[in-house]
Design a protein around this ligand. Structure first.
Ligand code: ZN
Length: 452
């Protein structure tokens, strides 16, 4: 007797295909896959007729606790994630202090409050943090570390190539599965562009905001990061590629070079342009860009250059976002977890006919493999965690931010119709979300220690 089975659906198995399969679950794990009618009875059965059963989505790039308590956001934002089909998140933590005294408490909070599984990437800004990277791994199972080639203006500075190269060598020495994440923009190019735009157009539009961080700044930094990784021989992950030029340059480097580098873009960069009616709600670092960048990024998704999708979610409400303060005064960032999968399916699968397998692999198996979570996560196979999405590819919903589970009170997709939403989400073998309602309790998610 099974605890749960999913019947009458088709299942997407990354690297294999889409099959008529029943999925059986016991004690939080997938235990059996079978042809229709083959599985034993179950205490609970989900009828997935007309739906696609896919592995829970992994969003390897989010932020929590920036504009509100970590504890509060860990509770509310992971519920938004769950409702959008995201069952595992990678959270970037930053700051200038040692992470050793805080990680234990953060992990306790995750275990009490999170509704999804969660792992940390730690940003490395100081020599002390760099010296402690081995300890972050040994004590807390952290295997990925982030470097900022450019900082966020007025918030924190970037680090130098010399510092990054030292970090890359340390990560290479930690082993094959340790990963450096990198924010690629050249600081000096940003400074020149920002100076000019802020002087000439202090009351500019979202499109003018894009000119404060020109595409060349990303492309140039991608070349440097790739070069440094080739020399240091570490594994590298380019976060949030946002430009056509950056993605094209990365494609060329990947063909010729020897470095082990993965590239990420976000669902926002694949779906929302700088001319979108959302206006300053879309202010972000790096900025939303042109339609040609959106098309260029989708081309690089299709040809395999882009290996994973994140969100770069930074939750906040309108009182913090302050879009009325205009180009220079509005706060960068947006809550976007719940619309992540639906936006990818709408823009990729429905609008551009990008194969479903291409999109789903980059949302599930690839981030799991890159961050050392596969096959526990990111696939549907016997022994994997039972994190599953019952996906209704034809379901349309016009986004209303008041009905999203984030505490943030706005969305880039407000009033837009997205097509392709979860009808149910299974987390850890339990029905955690169904038909618009969250059934999971805070604390049903856990912290994921990773191994090198
Ligand atoms: Zn980020």
């Amino acid at each position: 007797m099974l605890e749960l089975k999913l019947v009458n659906g088709r299942a997407f198995i990354p690297d294999s295909g889409i099959f008529d399969l029943e999925v059986g679950v016991n004690a939080g794990k997938i235990v059996l896959l079978g042809s229709p009618g083959q599985l034993p009875g179950a205490e609970k059965t989900i009828d997935a007729k007309g739906k696609l059963i896919v592995p829970g989505v992994i969003d390897p790039h989010i932020h929590l606790g920036i504009f509100s308590d970590f504890e509060k956001e860990c509770e509310s934002e992971t519920r938004a994630a769950l409702a959008g089909g995201v069952t595992t998140v990678g959270v970037f933590m930053g700051g200038g202090e040692s992470y050793l005294p805080m990680l234990g408490k953060l992990i306790d909070t995750v275990r009490k409050k999170s509704s999804v599984d969660l792992f940390f990437h730690l940003s490395i800004f100081t020599p002390q943090q760099m010296a402690e990277m081995d300890k972050y791994y040994q004590e807390f199972g952290v295997t990925s570390f982030k470097f900022y080639m450019a900082g966020v203006r007025g918030v924190f500075p970037g680090v130098t190539d010399g510092f990054i190269y030292e970090g890359f060598k340390k990560i290479a020495a930690m082993g094959d599965r340790a990963t450096a994440c990198i924010h690629c923009e050249d600081q000096s190019m940003l400074d020149v562009a920002f100076e000019k735009v802020s002087k000439e157009k202090p009351n500019g539009t979202l499109a003018d905001w894009a000119d404060t961080a020109p595409n060349i700044a990303e492309e140039e930094a991608i070349m440097r990061a790739y070069y440094l990784a080739e020399k240091a021989k570490n594994r590298l992950y380019l976060v949030h590629i946002s430009t056509k030029e950056g993605a094209d340059r990365f494609a060329g480097l990947s063909k010729q070079g020897t470095a082990r580098v993965f590239g990420e873009t976000t669902s926002a960069y694949l779906s929302v342009s700088k001319n979108d009616p959302c206006g300053f709600l879309g202010k972000m670092v790096p900025p939303l860009r042109d339609q040609k960048d959106i098309e260029g990024l989708w081309d690089r998704v299709k040809d395999g250059t882009i290996s994973s999708f994140g969100t770069d979610n930074v939750s906040m409400n309108l009182a913090v976002k302050q879009p009325e303060k205009g180009m220079l005064g509005a706060m960068p960032g947006y809550p976007i977890l719940q619309t992540h999968l639906a936006a990818l399916l709408t823009e990729g699968y429905h609008k551009r006919k990008v194969p479903l397998e291409t999109i789903l692999t980059r949302a599930t198996a690839n981030p799991a493999k890159i961050y050392g979570l596969y096959p526990q996560k990111g696939t549907i196979s016997a022994g994997s965690d039972a994190d599953l999405v019952v996906l209704d590819l034809d379901k349309e919903w016009t986004v209303k931010s008041k009905d999203l589970f984030t505490y943030g009170d706005f969305s880039l997709f407000e009033g837009k119709t997205l097509k392709g939403w979860p009808s149910a989400v299974i987390k850890n073998g339990k029905v955690a979300y169904q038909d618009g309602k969250i059934l999971a309790q805070p604390g049903s998610g856990t912290y994921l220690r990773r191994k090198l």
